[in-house]
Ligand binder design. Structure first.
Ligand code: MD3
Ligand code: FE
Length: 193
């Protein structure tokens, strides 16, 4: 947990999110069970995480446009490599970045991230804008999650034994943030391929 690690670059990261979303707009994807996700998502990188009635997967193109996802902004790559290195994962080179957008009322149910090829690779997450309560569970869905507050500028490196832990985000509370207004963004930088 690297509290405030992204604070210096936060404005540049938010500007880069806006540019990514101009190419690949935020959308509410559909789960394989037919539910619309309350989190709005987009991606950048060689591969992007998608869900639809057919399942969860990474794919090289945006299903909405058929075009490749936009490249990962240099500011994301530098931050992810620095955060990973400072947590014992030197040489982290992500090829996928899922961008999540939350509004008050949005939540993310407990899940595992297991569509990536190599679970020895960490995931670096960056929180921007409104605060959230992260739910950090165990290796089984029934394990009672710890509640961890995440605020603007916090970076977390998820690797080693915690890589397959169940996790989620509690319903976002109403609020206003100077950098994002009524929104929270979360970047997750991944080596998917
Ligand atoms: C723990 N996003 O995109 S980031 C996700 O705040 C996701 O939007 C949340 O879960 C968010 O998949 C939480 C923190 C996170 C990301 C990946 C993990 C925690 C993790 C993978 C393994 C264990
Ligand atoms: Fe996740």
């Amino acid at each position: 947990m690297l509290r405030g690690f992204a604070l210096r670059e936060a404005a540049a990261l938010i500007a880069a999110i806006t540019r990514v979303a101009a190419e690949a707009p935020f959308r509410h994807m559909i789960t394989p069970g037919g539910f619309r996700m309350s989190v709005a998502m987009t991606n950048c990188g060689e591969a992007g995480w998608v869900t639809d009635r057919k399942g969860y997967r990474y794919q090289p193109t945006d299903p909405e446009s058929g075009k490749p996802w936009p490249p990962i902004p240099a500011a994301f790559l530098g931050l992810a490599a620095a955060a990973a290195a400072s947590s014992g994962f030197a040489g982290f080179r992500p090829d996928a970045c899922l961008v999540n957008r939350y509004e008050p009322g949005t939540r993310l149910t407990l899940h595992q991230d297991r569509n990536e090829r190599d679970f020895a690779q960490p995931i670096v997450s960056v929180s921007l804008g409104l605060p959230a309560t992260f739910l950090f569970g165990g290796l089984e869905r029934r394990d009672r999650p710890q509640r961890v507050p995440l605020v603007h500028g916090d970076v977390v490196v998820w690797g080693g034994p915690s890589r397959l832990n169940f996790h989620g985000v509690a319903e976002l509370a109403e609020g206003e943030h100077p950098a994002t207004g009524r929104l929270r963004y979360n970047l997750t930088l991944r080596k998917a391929l």
